[in-house]
Write a protein that binds this ligand. Structure first.
Ligand code: HEC
Ligand code: HEC
Length: 321
């Protein structure tokens, strides 16, 4: 009997709590809707991260290089098959894989843990090692809540049937595996508070992997000891482009840039008209459109963080012959 009363009291408490919260919100939505709303929020957050911050979709889709910076071709989101090869300094041909929920050619049958392992440890469902062109060493440092939001979102992508060709590497994959830099578990990763703008900016810059592209390209790959100094050369169909020095060096980096100038590098690309560009003009490999889609506060945090990175003198010609 005592038990029953206690239970009744708990039930009453939950009921009244729900009642009072709904009064406070002056909303008469039933409880199910509230749960659906929070799932929706997780998915939306995942979409933002996968599209604009970690840029999964940018790599895992087809791109239209008749437009500025090669935006994603609508309808191919997550379907994979984008080729990365020697033209961007890679030791062979690597294709992004199909991460839509297609059961046969995508990740439809993968569990959350299998996805998490691929995203943070570079191990595919069947145990194969993934080439670290996908920045899984960076994702290995992400907060689990962000990783799980991304997973929740990619499960909502439209399934696309697209079988991806085998990669052709000129080196053993084991030699490329950055195992020593990976933490066994991501459970302890903490997402810095947005108030701590520099730390939070570092978190975002890591997730966006600005560093690999913005390091000097050597025959052994990007020289991460000079991270952010620029000098990675990409051979596009239309032109060559070299990544800029984004360290705080005032003469050759962005040390003298104001926050406004930094934002203005990206903000015009929130408008679709700006994607159009005349063939014959210089194109870029940087995912400018995706970065432009970041929240102002996130761009400002990245700027704040980049101001604190060690200045490196490295004069880069953006459009080498
Ligand atoms: C810079 C490009 C790039 C980015 C950014 C990127 N990926 Fe990848 N991803 C790849 C490539 C390329 C492969 C295949 C690597 C290989 O063949 O060794 C891959 C492989 C995968 C796989 C393994 C699929 C399979 O069938 O084995 C998953 C899952 C995946 N990526 C998910 C993601 C998610 C989620 C994100 C964002 C958090 C992401 N990727 C960001 C390029 C990228
Ligand atoms: C896929 C490679 C790639 C990635 C990823 C990338 N960049 Fe770039 N970035 C470039 C290239 C190439 C250029 C030079 C051409 C241009 O201006 O677009 C460049 C130029 C820039 C410039 C202009 C600097 C100047 O002197 O004009 C800034 C600022 C910049 N990047 C910041 C970033 C930030 C911040 C990130 C991460 C959020 C990032 N980039 C990610 C390749 C990349």
């Amino acid at each position: 009997m005592k038990k029953l009363i206690a239970l009744a009291a708990i039930v009453f408490f939950i009921f009244s709590a729900a009642y009072f919260t709904s009064c406070n919100n002056s909303s008469d939505k039933p409880a199910e809707d509230t749960a659906a709303d929070s799932i929706q929020q997780v998915i939306q957050h995942g979409e933002y991260l996968a599209t604009n911050v970690a840029m999964c979709i940018h790599c895992h889709s087809q791109r239209d290089f008749t437009k500025y910076s090669g935006p994603v071709t609508t309808g191919t989101e997550g379907g994979g098959g984008q080729l990365f090869d020697e033209k961007i300094g890679l030791p062979g041909k690597i294709y992004s894989r199909n991460i839509t929920p297609d059961n046969e050619t995508g990740v439809g049958t993968w569990t959350d843990d299998e996805l998490l392992r691929a995203i943070t440890h570079g191990i595919s469902k069947n145990g194969d090692t993934l080439f670290p062109l996908m920045p899984y060493p960076n994702y290995n440092r992400m907060a689990k809540e962000d990783l799980l939001s991304i997973i929740a979102y990619i499960r909502t992508l439209k399934p696309i049937k697209n079988k991806i060709p085998e990669r052709q590497l000129m080196m053993p994959i084991a030699a490329a595996y950055p195992g020593q830099y990976l933490q066994a578990s991501v459970d302890g990763n903490i997402k810095p508070s947005a108030e701590d703008i520099v730390k939070y900016g570092e978190y975002l810059t890591t997730m966006a992997d600005c560093g690999t592209c913005h390091s000097p390209l050597t025959p052994q790959g990007p020289d991460m000891s000079r991270i952010y100094a620029g000098g990675y050369i990409f051979e596009l169909a239309s032109n060559k482009v070299q990544s800029a020095n984004i360290t705080s060096d005032t003469a050759t980096g962005i040390g003298s840039w104001t926050e406004e100038r930094f934002l203005n590098k990206f903000l015009p690309f929130r408008k679709e008209e700006s994607y159009n560009f005349n063939p014959g003009n210089q194109n870029t490999e940087m995912p400018v459109i995706e970065i432009a889609g970041m929240k102002d506060s996130d761009l400002k945090a990245i700027y704040a963080y980049l101001r604190t990175v060690k200045p490196i003198t490295n004069l880069v010609e953006k459009f080498p012959k």
